[in-house]
Design a protein around this ligand. Structure first.
Ligand code: AMP
Ligand code: ZN
Length: 464
């Protein structure tokens, strides 16, 4: 049985999909105006873990992710410029060229982090007609009004508005920023914005030339692919108050149904204890980590160590520790793998218990940190033989996604072996200066030496 924390009910609930062993899941995708930063990527890693847990439990998952290539404004409250138009002005290329460029970069990031591809990618600009249809339904049902800025959703008309909100909320979303002129309530939001002077990314509509609101896009794309209601909708915690609240509102107003039954939200990544911000210069993308010599999977490992509903404070020291732990893990897997002959085997009772415990952890609202600790306990357990260990490690990795199946026997080049021998001779003679020089040389060639009781061990510097 899987239990998931549902933001809608604020409870950990037993997960039961609508159709027997089939799960329909939608995750809010990237707004493609720049590279995804490591905070965004933390959310996609959490969603990947969720999907892997469902698959591990025998569910078939239809996963839809959208690409936002229009309509996401600088402020979530329908004010400011479109992020993609701004990027296009800055980069002096057309908005769609910008959007496709960052979409490609995003997909590359997913691959590098071993995040499973969604079954369906869907772009906002390719569903404009459907979005207009939804707004027409809302208009017919009396939920809209028109002001100089565009067509707006009247939140005071929907009794259930704000279902995702915590009970005590002092400031209403929208009240914090300057209200769009003519808006009836601070929480009202744009369904269709008028083009005014804007020339690009605009379409004709029954209300005039313009472009859709970001919250409308996600309802349309999810329902188009998954129907209504579907099972799981996820995103980052920042989407609770506005974006997802407004998605739910439109679906309820138009179809009298809840859009999705389980709403899951990943907590934020902080950098050195602070929110990521351009002004603080603390926004990192995956390439920044790679340039500093980190393996993308070290970042994945770092994320696995903190529960998705807790804040994760990113520091380079923490990433270094994660990388060390991952290198260590690969080394252990390599060792275990080198000792086994027969890959076909049956699980023994005590090994099964490990698997049961693992399942209990991951099914308990994705308690991956505990599952990770269990994996290390397994590695150090002398009562479990190597065959069983190897089998289980690969099994656990179906969820961790650390590519343990790719760990291969190390082939040490003759040249390196020779240098290690020379270094040993220097050490015996007490010439540690020369020995250290050789160690550095070896490092430059991609290997490093660990001096153990049994003698020097050669390891490979992480391949990025
Ligand atoms: P965006 O491309 O801005 O629509 O954001 C993509 C995803 O990243 C959304 O699910 C956001 O909620 C999430 N997100 C944004 N900032 C952070 C952060 N600092 N930590 C974790 N997730 C974030
Ligand atoms: Zn969305």
């Amino acid at each position: 049985m899987i239990k998931l924390f549902n933001t809608l009910t604020r409870k950990k609930e037993k997960f039961v999909p609508l159709k027997d062993k089939f799960v329909r899941m939608y995750t809010c995708g990237p707004t493609c105006y720049w590279f995804a930063h490591i905070g965004n990527l933390r959310t996609y890693i959490f969603e990947d873990i969720l999907k892997r847990v469902l698959i591990y439990n025998g569910y078939k998952v239809k996963h839809v992710m959208n690409i936002t290539d229009v309509g996401h404004l600088v402020s979530d409250e329908d004010a400011g410029e479109d992020k993609i138009i701004l990027a296009s002005q800055k980069e002096k290329r057309s908005p769609l060229v910008v959007a496709r460029f960052y979409e490609k970069a995003f997909k590359k990031d997913l691959k590098r982090l071993n995040i499973l591809d969604p079954n369906v990618w869907i772009r906002a600009t390719e569903t404009i007609k459907d979005q207009i249809e939804l707004i027409k339904i809302l208009e017919k049902k009396g939920f809209t009004y028109i002001i100089e800025d565009g067509v707006y959703f009247d939140t005071s008309k929907l009794k259930s508005y704000g279902r995702l909100w915590p009970k005590k909320m002092e400031i209403l979303p929208g009240a914090r920023v300057e209200m769009v002129l003519g808006k009836k309530n601070p929480t009202d939001f744009a369904l269709w914005k008028f083009a005014k002077e804007r020339k690009e990314l605009v379409w004709n509509s029954p209300w005039g030339k313009g472009f859709p609101g970001w919250h409308t896009e996600c309802v349309v794309m999810s329902v188009k692919e998954l129907g209504i209601p579907f099972d799981i909708h996820c995103g980052g915690i920042d989407h609770v108050l506005i974006h997802h609240t407004n998605e739910i509102a439109q679906a309820e107003a138009a179809f009298s149904k809840i859009l999705a039954r389980y709403w899951l939200h990943g907590e934020f990544l902080l950098v050195e204890g602070k929110k990521m911000a351009k002004s603080l210069g603390n926004i990192y993308i995956l390439d920044d980590l790679i340039k500093k010599g980190f393996n993308p999977l070290s970042y994945r490992y770092l994320c696995l160590g903190t529960h998705y509903r807790s804040k994760l404070n990113f520091t380079f020291e923490a990433l270094k520790s994660a990388q060390n732990a991952l290198e260590n893990l690969y080394e252990k897997v390599r060792e275990i793998k080198s000792k086994i002959k027969n890959k076909k085997l049956k699980l023994k009772i005590e090994t099964r218990n490990y698997q049961k415990e693992f399942l209990n952890f991951v099914n308990d609202d994705l308690n991956v940190p505990k599952a990770l600790a269990l994996m290390w306990r397994l590695i150090g357990d002398n009562k479990i033989d190597d065959h069983q260990k190897y089998f289980l490690l690969l099994d656990f990795d179906k969820i961790f996604g650390l590519r343990l199946e790719k760990v291969k026997k190390l082939r040490i080049p003759k040249e390196i072996e020779k240098l290690v021998k020379i270094r040993q001779e220097y050490r015996k003679k007490g010439d540690f200066k020369r020995a250290d020089e050789i160690r550095e040389k070896i490092k430059g060639m991609g290997y490093w030496i660990e001096d153990t009781k049994e003698g020097p061990k050669i390891k490979k510097v992480f391949n990025v």
